[in-house]
Ligand binder design. Structure first.
Ligand code: ZN
Ligand code: ZN
Length: 340
């Protein structure tokens, strides 16, 4: 995460990716990723967009002007295909629907999380607290970590989808034949979209060219999100994409080699975790502090620290599913080798 500070670099330009297909960068406030790409498909009825951006006035204005640059009026958007419910993708979907009457489409596994996450988060905060005690978070950090994701709430309008998109569905985008591929991991209902006419893979946050997507472990993530993610990488293996259109960073060629790099990254992480456990580190919190991060552990704070521990937990759970590690219940729970 060494990208320039927000505001210092201009956004990438609005670009025509292929005839009738545009990429429109939309800014993300105070985030090293800086922007999310909204992809707009031209049809005879009006544009259909993949993802929408954060719910800020600035993001909305940039989306409107970017679409205008591509020749579209926001009021004519027909559908919003959301790759997953993170605020940088789904946050603006409601506002686009309000402005245009477009449908909003989302996978059922992410649609199921909206109420607890964005509408009535109190119960989820309690569950996060229980999880943090179980992973061994220090008592003096508990209260702030429990609420570490609350500041994003104003950036999301919690709209219910008009259209539930399942694996293999072809949401109606006239003339394009887009196919949804369910790729859980980064989010339980993450979707990629395959565009067969030009052999393009719209990869959302599932496959990015440089950074590895965060695979969080939290009460809404399912039992083994990293196992899900690795299986979801395999799901893309057979697609011979001419280019990959991710939601962040930049477009790239070489889907298969990027899939291999992501798998190798997590195998290295597994080895770090097993080494820490073998050396006698037992709680998920302490194991996280022994892993390699982009900055020293004591400089990782707040939501980033919770994300780091969540990532350690995701690796621990996947290793448990592989039969390598075992969790000894307790508060905190302790991890040990399953066999030696
Ligand atoms: Zn995301
Ligand atoms: Zn994202």
């Amino acid at each position: 995460m060494s990208a320039p500070s927000p505001g210092l670099s201009p956004l990438p330009p609005v670009e025509q990716v292929r005839p009738g297909l545009w990429s429109v960068p939309v800014p993300i406030p105070n985030n090293p990723l800086r922007y999310v790409f909204v992809y707009a498909f031209e049809t005879e009825r009006g544009p259909y967009i993949v993802d929408a951006g954060w719910n800020t006035d600035d993001a909305y204005a940039t989306l409107c002007s970017g679409l205008a640059q591509a020749g579209f009026d926001i009021a004519t958007v027909q559908g919003v295909l959301v790759t997953h419910i993170h605020p940088d993708h789904y946050g603006l979907a409601g506002r686009v629907r309000e402005a245009s009457g477009a449908w909003v489409g989302l996978h059922s596994a992410d649609a199921a999380l909206i109420h607890d996450r964005y509408e009535v988060p109190e119960e989820l905060i309690v569950r996060v607290g229980t999880m943090l005690r179980r992973v061994g978070a220090p008592p003096d950090e508990l209260a702030s970590l429990e609420r570490a994701s609350m500041p994003v709430l104003p950036f999301v309008t919690a709209v219910k989808p008009d259209l539930v998109i399942e694996d293999g569905d072809k949401p109606e985008v006239p003339g394009w034949d887009l196919v949804a591929i369910w790729t859980p991991g980064h989010s339980p209902g993450h979707l990629c979209f395959w565009e067969p006419r030009n052999a393009l893979m719209l990869s959302g946050d599932h496959v990015l060219p440089r950074i590895t997507p965060n695979i969080p472990f939290h009460p809404q993530a399912g039992a083994d999100p990293l196992g899900d993610f690795l299986r979801s990488l395999e799901r893309l293996e057979g697609y011979q994409a001419t280019e990959v259109l991710p939601a962040h960073e930049h477009r790239f060629v070489g889907l298969q080699s990027r899939l291999a790099e992501l798998r190798a990254h997590h195998e290295r992480r597994f080895a770090e975790v097993v080494t820490a456990v073998r050396d006698g580190t037992t709680t998920a919190w302490d194991i996280a502090s022994h892993m390699q991060w982009s900055r020293p552990w004591d400089r990782i704070q707040g939501f980033m620290r919770r994300a780091a521990v969540g990532e350690a937990m995701a690796h621990l759970r996947a290793l448990e599913a592989r039969g390598v590690l075992r969790e000894v219940p307790g508060e905190p729970s302790r991890w040990e080798l399953a066999r030696e």
